[in-house]
Design a protein around this ligand. Sequence first.
Ligand code: G6Q
Length: 569
Amino acid sequence: MAGSLADGTPLAPPPGARAGAWRALEEHRRRIERVRVAELFAGDPGRFERLSFEVAGLLVDLSKHRVTDETLELLTALARAAGVEALRDAMFAGAPINLSEGRAVMHVALRNRSARPMLVDGQDVMPQVRAVLEQMRRFSDAVRAGEWRGFTGERVTDVINIGIGGSHLGPQMAVRALRPYADGPRVRFVSNVDGAAIHDALRDLDPATTLFLIASKTFTTLETMTNARTARAWLVAALGDEAAVARHFVALSTDLEAVSAFGIDPANAFAFWDWVGGRYSLWSAIGLPVALAVGFERFEDLLEGAHAVDEHFRSAPLARNVPVLMGLLNVWYGNFFGAETWAVLPYDESLALLPAYLQQASMESNGKRVTREGEPVTWHTGPIVWGQPGTDGQHAFFQLLHQGTRLVPADFLVAARPQHPLTEHHDILVANFLAQTEALMTGRTPAEARARLAATGAGGATADAERLERLAAAKSFPGDRPTTSIVLPQLTPRALGSLLALYEHAIFTQGAVWDVNSFDQMGVELGKELAAALVDEVRRGVPDEGAHDASTSGLLAAIGRMRGLTGGS
Ligand code: G6Q
């Protein structure tokens, strides 16, 4: 295994039980790296049936990957050696698998629609989960029906969710995805501490008809608290009475004391718990904006869809466990083919925010460099996640996917049926979805390119053979660029829930194979600490003597001058 990590550590297989399976995969990779996927299809009429799976009504096609049956056997052997099943069972049993923070990881309890108890510290958490769901139902129903009134007696027309990271990306993505179902108040999201965000969001709103959801697990996050204070000042200034806050602010949080210290009536607080990780919290009270936008029943459908996939994940054998296989394929390319990124390409405008959501879900979970026991890894962990909707990407970065030098495994997603009446558009969209994965896999040899140039006469202008060769080289495609195709019958709340749970468990599987703790995010701490210390210096426009490196001090001083805080310009 050649190559090294960013810090120069030479790559080496994980020690212990994983090592044998890892080496077997390295050996296998050498044997199959020249095998063409198109040939695998040609020699195996059952390949599509065998390597495409139906889960919770979604079709997940893995047959265009650079895998044989043996590859999948070796990958599932790695999963077994890594203890994926044991870790999964520990998660469902409420064990504190988030070792660094000593916490259970129980977002699956939030969408547990069975009668099964879910235990954390020996206590069934389902009664409290159901109680908060019931509170969300009553509140969202009341707001949507116009029974919940603002301070001046008017009904709520606009909702602003103020939160960031895990308290923002999930609900924002889901509200966007389910826009065709939106029949409640308008819901907007403010996350960035950049004043432009809240300034723009408030500009055309009427305080008398605006409801703020302050979404923060800890209720201490700088951005969220800053935006929440600005929103409160805006409201109180307009309505002329502090008492208005009680009718216009609700909180979604685990810290009800901090909520009440902020001045929000605990009766207007929706609780969740420390066993819900921020990026896994869409299914908790953090999902309230979704319930307000599309109705509580549809929010429940989202939970149902996720639960169906949870049931599959906890019970299907590894070899047919779709999220496990999806996760293992990322391991396959990241650790055995040197792929550095993973592209998420929804052929669906409504899923425009899915890449950003999965960016957090994956990169915050698996962007780690020490094992669960705190040892530095000697293998690559989480990939760089990126993407945007098709067909736009085709006219931008797909060039590199087809003909670049890097291997970029990509997920393509599409809904069979659209949520709008423009079927002509949808036919074209689906055709492009199919064409791209086909082209990425099949490619076009220089000989085929030459023949096509001859047949179409396109090479006509290129009279001499040398130029024809050059053109054929430019117009050839290597192929064997791996893709997963995911087809949803339609982008319903239920299908969305299933899709997101599939990804959550695929990310879980990868973290288990890489032996990292997928449930903390210590990597965001250092920057936060330094920012807190810097605010005062920025205010003054002068760096503290000896506090920073010369670049940071120089930049700070220059910004101070540009802002007119200090002399010079
Ligand atoms: C997610 C992270 C992080 C978190 C935000 C917001 O898993 O923990 O993105 O969600 O930092 O935190 P609060 O909800 O506590 O404001």
